[in-house]
Design a protein around this ligand. Structure first.
Ligand code: PXP
Length: 242
């Protein structure tokens, strides 16, 4: 059964709407952990639209479970990650105009710099994940670059309906199995919510689910503690019966 990593970017989105101090993602991270989250995920974007460097610095000292830093593949982010040493880094593509991370990383495009950069992160004690579309070529490239994990982009699955969703799920399954065969560990995330999470949680080899938007939205109505617990309950339903 996969572990739940809560992405708290959108706590910071609300704070940045007023450029104030509330709500504080550092406090939110602690509440998520108290509610049973297995890890905290943040994306420090180049345009600093939500999470700020201050947040990552504090979270690297306060998160007690696991901190997963999503970042673009830039020299500045690589240096910062090596300095702050989150337990995990997930390399994502970044475009200024996008509302959220729209696709997986074009691993081939970074094939020259990824192997040495990944090794540098690993030497600093950081596990490295590459956020990829459920595409066998991207998975092969990730293995070739020496990544520890791939995170499979579940956005197409989440957006599809009916038979198309079923097809997307099979695509995720095939890629999870293939990644495992190539020696990669497997995470998944993007667009997962309370209604669509279970089939993904039941896929083979998936270790961690990164879920943000759905949890933070629900938290507005029922509180963060309950919203995290309800997502954990949905994921727990994937556990095989004793
Ligand atoms: N995984 C990655 C790599 C992401 O970029 C995001 C969005 O920041 C997520 C997971 C979480 O997506 P959502 O907020 O839709 O749950």
């Amino acid at each position: 059964m996969p572990r739940l990593h809560v992405n708290i970017d959108h706590v910071a989105t609300l704070r940045q709407a007023r450029l104030s101090q509330e709500p504080d993602p550092v406090l939110a991270a602690g509440l998520c952990e108290l509610a049973g989250a297995n890890g905290i995920t943040v994306h420090l974007r180049e345009d600093r639209r939500h999470i700020q460097e201050r947040d990552v610095r504090l979270l690297s000292q306060t998160v007690k479970t696991l901190l997963n830093l999503e970042m673009a593949w830039t020299p500045a982010m690589l240096d910062l990650a090596c300095e702050l040493k989150p337990q995990q880094v997930c390399v994502v593509p970044e475009q200024r105009q996008e509302l959220t991370t729209e696709g997986g990383l074009d691993v081939e495009a970074y094939a020259e710099t990824l192997p040495a950069g990944i090794e540098r992160l690993q030497d600093a004690g950081i596990e490295v994940s590459l956020f990829v579309n459920p595409d066998p070529n991207a998975i092969e490239e990730a293995a070739r670059c020496g990544a520890d994990f791939v995170e499979l982009h579940t956005g197409s699955y989440a957006n599809a309906r009916g038979q198309k969703r079923e097809n997307e799920l099979r695509r995720l399954e095939t890629c999870a199995v293939y990644a495992h065969e190539l020696g990669l560990r497997v995470n998944a995330g993007h667009g997962l919510d309370y209604e669509n999470v279970l089939p993904v949680a039941q896929l083979p080899w998936i270790e961690e689910l990164n879920i943000g938007y759905a949890i933070i939205c629900r938290a507005l109505y029922i509180g963060l503690d309950q919203a995290v617990r309800e997502m954990q309950d949905r994921i727990l339903a994937a556990a095989p019966p004793e």
